[in-house]
Ligand binder design. Structure first.
Ligand SMILES: [Zn+2]
Length: 327
């Protein structure tokens, strides 16, 4: 039997198609049955995925995810959408809850076409906020009125919202009986770190990292790096160590057009201007200079000795060279 319901809430026609059952592989490779209903509100589409709580609770774990084809279809690392969706499904799969997937709010609500345009502008070196302004787009064009209507339809008034976005929290705080926030964070990767810093600094998103090298600090604590250097590709999962040649190979293999923060962790052994100069010259030779390069020194590093290298780095075409003293 096909169930289809239409009703009206606050003047909007709400059409419901489903539910269907989808067995989804969550992060921990467990397969969990989710019940999906397609909600259409004045022709705007939402997948509402429900996984029943194992412990009945009147506070519902909720994630509202905006569509992002780059991350959700292809696993693009330029934003955190893939991780956010996976983590949310996995948490909801574990304890029960609801995920509302806004199919028509692509790229913070600017739509499929503009999302490509925004990336095109961003890839000339302009940050996401300025790129939206350049194109005359709202920086965040999403709205949550439809999600609220879906919650009303499901008779939900108390939520535990998975989000880092303060405007969502404010919206639901003004419209629901009870709201709690659960942060949604994961170990950063170098491809997304720039966008997430902009989100934190210019859009007020509630990330726990304080600066763009903050994500190194845990590694510093947990790994006493005594290698000549380590290239940290992902803040927790992968640390490469070795000699300069394997470092250059690693950078070349990334084959990226987008700006990336390369962070090179130098141990005391490596922390001499002569060695860093050699590294810069090697990277120049390989034409890998149109990227951000961070050289992070150990505690004993004498930053004054590195000053002379800044001019060399600028001439070489590095967008940025920083020697940072870890505390
Ligand atoms: Zn995305």
């Amino acid at each position: 039997m096909v169930r289809q319901k239409k009703n009206e809430i606050s003047g909007n026609v709400i059409e419901k198609i489903g539910p269907i059952t989808l067995p989804l592989a969550t992060n921990n490779s467990k397969v969990v049955n989710f019940h999906l209903t397609l909600y259409r509100i004045d022709n705007r589409n939402y997948h509402v995925l429900v996984c029943n709580p194992s412990v009945p609770s009147d506070i519902v774990l909720l994630r509202i995810e905006s569509a992002c084809t780059f991350a959700h279809l292809y696993g693009s690392k330029l934003c955190d959408c893939e991780q956010q969706l996976k983590t949310s499904l996995s948490m909801i799969g574990n304890v029960g809850g609801i995920l509302i997937y806004a199919l028509d709010q692509h790229g913070r609500g600017v739509g499929l076409v503009n999302h490509v345009r925004v990336y095109q502008v961003e890839q000339t070196g302009i940050d996401t906020v300025e790129a939206h302004k350049t194109l005359g787009l709202q920086i965040d064009a999403r709205h949550y009125m439809d999600a609220l209507k879906i919650l009303h339809d499901m008779k939900i008034s108390k939520i535990r919202l998975l989000t880092n976005n303060p405007s969502r929290i404010d919206f639901f705080r003004n419209h629901l009986e009870h709201i709690e926030r659960l942060p949604l964070e994961h170990p950063l990767n170098p491809y997304e770190v720039r966008e997430l810093m902009i989100k934190k600094e210019k859009m007020g998103h509630l990330f726990s990292f304080k600066s763009d090298f903050d994500w190194l600090l845990d590694i510093n604590k947990s790994h006493k790096v005594l290698l000549p250097f380590a290239v940290i590709e992902n803040s927790i999962s992968r640390i490469f160590g070795g000699d300069l040649i394997s470092l250059i190979e690693f950078l070349k293999n990334l084959r990226l057009n987008h700006e990336v923060f390369y962070t090179i962790y130098c141990s005391q052994e490596m922390s001499s201007p002569a060695k860093v100069k050699k590294l810069i010259l090697l990277i120049m030779k390989e034409n890998l200079t149109s990227h951000y390069l961070r050289i992070v020194g150990c505690k004993e590093i004498d930053l004054d000795k590195f000053k002379g290298l800044y001019n060399l780095a600028v001439r070489a075409g590095f967008l940025e060279l920083k020697c940072i003293k870890l505390k």
